[in-house]
Design a protein around this ligand. Structure first.
Ligand code: R5P
Length: 257
């Protein structure tokens, strides 16, 4: 790995802890103005001081993020279908030149394993990695699995391993039972997506489990920005990820208004 690649990656994954708290706010790229992100600037601004890296589209970076902020940016560069269409029918939407212009520390796209268009999303990942390697730009593969497959270790392990084999530099996946099996089969860092909003204590427990089972952090959205205390929640997640706080300690942090 050359200097540029390592340096960008170290803006995302803190070299001191080997972990990251990424805040995912890219949902609008197929869901539109989803709950909690209708006014993205208002939601995200107070969370930025507690965030290592935003996962976000270029349009929202340009319109809603203060260029003076030192938060790292991982750009969502895939898209196409809306929530009303076939979600796996994605392509690359944002150029590497644009990612560099926006001073991104990484780029990310979805792969859909066991779904329609599986093969095209995987070859798109290969193409993105080919280009990213030329510029020292880390690539995050976001794993989605076919609806009928369920979020089980064997399928998520398949998707994460495929992402690593194709050349992604880190991968995002969901938590599942026996998550450690997903980690075992994947030589690149794994960050955990949060999924649908669940009670705060459960989300903190899921985070602790994922970290204990080998995750390199989180790329979490709804369980932070849809919380009744988003700043408390991201601070609590941070305490678990970077400081090894217990769920009880983290819940106390979340509870302080
Ligand atoms: C999903 O495709 C999006 O890329 C989100 O970034 C991802 O699902 C993480 O957000 P959440 O924690 O809300 O699931």
């Amino acid at each position: 790995m050359d200097f540029g690649m390592k340096n960008r990656l170290s803006h995302i994954i803190n070299p001191k802890t080997g972990k990251t708290v990424m805040l995912a706010v890219d949902h609008g790229y197929f869901q539109g103005p989803t709950t909690g992100l209708k006014d993205l600037r208002k939601t995200v601004t107070p969370l930025i001081p507690h965030t290592d890296c935003l996962f976000i589209t270029r349009g929202m970076v340009r319109n809603c993020i203060d260029p003076g902020s030192d938060v790292a940016i991982c750009l969502r560069v895939s898209g196409g279908p809306s929530i009303l269409g076939e979600l796996s029918n994605e392509d690359i939407t944002t150029s590497m030149e644009e990612a560099i212009r926006l001073n991104a520390s990484g780029v990310g796209m979805s792969i859909f394993v066991g779904a329609k268009n599986e093969d095209r999303t995987i070859t798109n990942l290969g193409r993105l990695v080919n280009e990213a390697e030329r510029y020292g730009m880390p690539v995050l593969a976001v794993t989605a699995v076919g609806k009928e497959m369920g979020r089980e270790a064997r399928y998520l392990a398949l998707a994460c391993r495929m992402a690593a084999e194709i050349g992604a530099h880190f991968v995002k996946t969901y938590y599942c039972e026996d998550f450690y099996k997903v980690v075992e089969g994947c030589p690149i860092p794994i960050v955990m997506a949060g999924g649908k909003k669940i009670p705060e204590r459960d989300a903190l427990q899921m985070t602790e489990n994922a970290i204990k089972e080998g995750a390199s952090g989180v790329d979490m959205g709804r369980n932070i920005f849809q919380s009744d205390n988003p700043v408390g929640m991201i601070k609590a997640i941070r305490a678990i990820v970077h400081k090894g706080a217990s769920v009880d300690e983290a819940f106390e942090i979340y509870s302080k208004k």
